[in-house]
Design a protein around this ligand. Sequence first.
Ligand SMILES: Cc1ncc(COP(=O)(O)O)c(C=O)c1O
Length: 469
Amino acid sequence: MPLRTVTLESMTTSAVPLVQARHVGTAIPGPRSKALHAQRADQVSSGFGVTLPVFIDRAEGGILQDVDGNRFIDFASGIAVTSVGATHPMVQARVAEQLGKFTHTCYMVTEYDSFTKVAAWLNKHVPGNFDKRTALFSTGAEAVENAIKIARAATGRNKVLVFEDAYHGRSLLTMAMTAKENPYKMNFGPFPGEVLRAATSTSLQSKTTDPGEATAEALMQVERLITAQGSDGFAAMVIEPIQGEGGFIVPAPGFLAALREIATRNGIVFVVDEIQSGMGRTGKLFASEYEGIAGDITLTAKALAGGLPLSAVTGRTELMNAVHAGGLGGTYAGNPLACAAALGVFDAFEDGILLENARTIEVTTREMLEPLLKEVDAVGDIRGRGAMLALEFVDPTTKMPRPDLAAAINAHCHQQGVLTLVCGTNGNVIRLLPPLVIAHGLLLDGLAVLRDAIVAESRILPSTGVTIL
Ligand SMILES: Cc1ncc(COP(=O)(O)O)c(C=O)c1O
């Protein structure tokens, strides 16, 4: 079934729609991008890395156009942010209207109603058949930090339980919660204490190949950790329903429900981090719906406001109201332009087409790429849900990660005008996060480029059976 396309004319308010076709007219990066990158190096901290050093001039539908006129198929969506596209007319209209009125008052100084409207939509749509309240912030890490503040205030406890391969952000507390050392944590310690890590249910490198056994082992480890730390020690257990930066790891069926039960039994606030997996990315509004679970607190950000900075903590009223007045906030928390953009995103999801598109993207991608599981021995896994899919590259004999191959395939795609991203604790996973408005032909073209890159690069860099980490 083809993707439901939103016509180009309706995808932009600009007079000339951006051509929805891949085009590589210069070396990548092109001369203008190279010149701008040289200027950047003179002005910007080198602490910022870059996946593909091209400077973007326009973005629309499934295309990013750079300053040299090259057009890239967007399989990144600004890391799962522009799910409704970078120029959705419903978002543009709401933001333009708000821009004409005011840009900022600070919600803690004077109020505006769009904040309440965003909260009401989230209270209604976030999983959980209970009374909820929402607090808005700007970044994902801020949402995570505030969830911990709320859980601590509500429980009077302080420890935080997180998982292997987790990613929760780059602030000091969320760095402690994130698993991967390089580049996220290296040189930045010491980190806040009271953050303890347990195993997850699935990994290609796991000691057992039986998923049931891996899940049982992981759950036993969680129980042991809670017992060892004292069952009244943990304020919060935080998990991504599909781990994003860690490698698009889908938990084994039943793992999340078992964690939910353990949290309830021990009075621990169960926090579901839907910052990357939420807001329609997986074909449902929230990935936790696939497992039939609800967090006591659920976190959203990224795609929530279609590119404007907005994050949310939505949870049980008794938790969200356990904090003293003035205990939550931030100068830009729930900025009015970002709230307007979120209302535009909600409008865009209203007819269900984008959720359907996410599911169609999964079907199309699996049809195109799953044959590689048999054809290319280094393709270890193709996994994910909806438009949150990834390929893992491993040595077929040792099952050791192949970050070298993932990097080469990624670079190959970039040269051909397809923007892919690498992720995974071992850097051996290529993830696909196309905007849900991508045209069907564009998706097929991008996938064909990726497939050819995998075949070509795995011939140049064949598996050796030797550990290459
Ligand atoms: C699951 C998850 N949590 C938290 C964050 C942090 O969000 P931000 O970068 O907006 O602080 C991210 C960002 O990638 C994420 O994927």
